[in-house]
Design a protein around this ligand. Structure first.
Ligand code: GUN
Length: 296
């Protein structure tokens, strides 16, 4: 089974469009501000996709670009302005930031109630405690995708490859929550492992979030496993229209025949990340992000 994130994301967009209309009828125009510092091509394309997706369902978006030479202070001041602006409900700083900008400081400056990426320590802490919070969009998108395909994680061994603050850590936290939609047994595996395969082969559900093209092959997965590929890697390809193509961390050709379900790249996790960003923004505009349970 292919876990078609593109189709599921489009269903979520349709659901959210109705919520946006009812907010607008009450005089609230959901509005997200996105900051891109520098000119990393992949980051630019993510920010553009996010902004376009917002506009399509009636969320206003402001994209602010700063040059890579922008100072730390400039970034902080911009975020402070957005924090004070009551017409802005969501603030997203596209990562990675240039090395001279202190990412932790920047993320901690964002008003936790506008933190639609869920990266502020207050939201991280709330999520760890199982309290309603903004949840990082990729982990939330993965949970939502599995739920909509009725793939239960309760009691299953989920192996997460990668321990980033954006995907691995928050996903492991979500899946281990004591909740009907979670309750998984979670292993987080990372680059210090001597024998990665010894872990991946144990997974009922394998999530790969490392950022290395084609890292996982058929030999690495158990027959019947569910495989979630979070990788978005650009591979040079002179025959492709843009000179590159996008591949995941999973070698689809060898893994798909063994998996009971698998996410494609593109069209798997990527669209779900954007759909959950839209949801976080709508909830923020509605003032319910800290009231709604993480999932129902
Ligand atoms: N860079 C890679 N993934 C993400 C994400 O989900 N949010 C932000 N802000 N930056 C990213």
């Amino acid at each position: 089974m292919i876990l078609d994130g593109k189709t599921v994301a489009s269903q979520i967009h349709d659901e959210l469009r109705i919520e946006v209309e009812s907010l607008r009828a009450r005089g609230i125009v959901p509005h997200i501000a996105l900051l891109l510092v520098g000119d990393n091509a992949a980051s630019l394309s993510y920010v553009q996709s996010k902004s376009r997706a917002c506009e399509k369902i009636g969320i206003a978006s402001t994209v602010h670009r700063l040059p890579a030479s922008a100072s730390h202070q400039e970034v902080i001041e911009l975020i402070c302005r957005w924090n004070q602006d009551p017409t802005i409900h969501g603030i997203l700083v596209q990562l990675p930031l240039p090395a001279h900008i202190r990412t932790d400081d920047v993320l901690q400056t964002i008003d936790p109630q506008k933190d639609v990426d869920g990266f502020h320590p207050v939201n991280v802490g709330r999520a760890v405690l199982g309290l309603p919070s903004f949840v990082p969009c990729t982990p939330a998108g993965i949970v939502e995708l599995l739920r909509r395909y009725r793939i239960t994680v309760r009691g299953k061994h989920v192996v997460v490859l990668g321990r980033s603050n954006i995907v691995g850590k928050p996903l492991a936290n979500l899946l281990m929550q004591k909740a009907p939609w979670a309750d998984a047994i979670v292993t987080v595996c990372h680059s210090a492992a001597d024998d990665v395969q010894a872990y991946t082969r144990q997974a009922d559900i394998l999530v790969v979030a490392v950022g290395r093209a084609g890292l996982i092959h058929g030999d690495d997965v158990r027959e019947g496993a569910v495989v979630v590929d979070v990788g978005i890697n650009r591979i040079e390809d002179s025959t492709a229209p843009r000179g590159y193509r996008i591949v995941g961390d999973v070698d689809f050709a060898s893994v798909a025949p063994k998996a009971s379900a698998i996410t494609p790249v593109p069209g798997g996790v990527g669209p779900m990340t954007i759909a959950l960003l839209l949801r976080n923004t709508v909830y923020s505009a509605a003032g319910i992000a800290w009231e709604k349970p993480l999932f129902q």
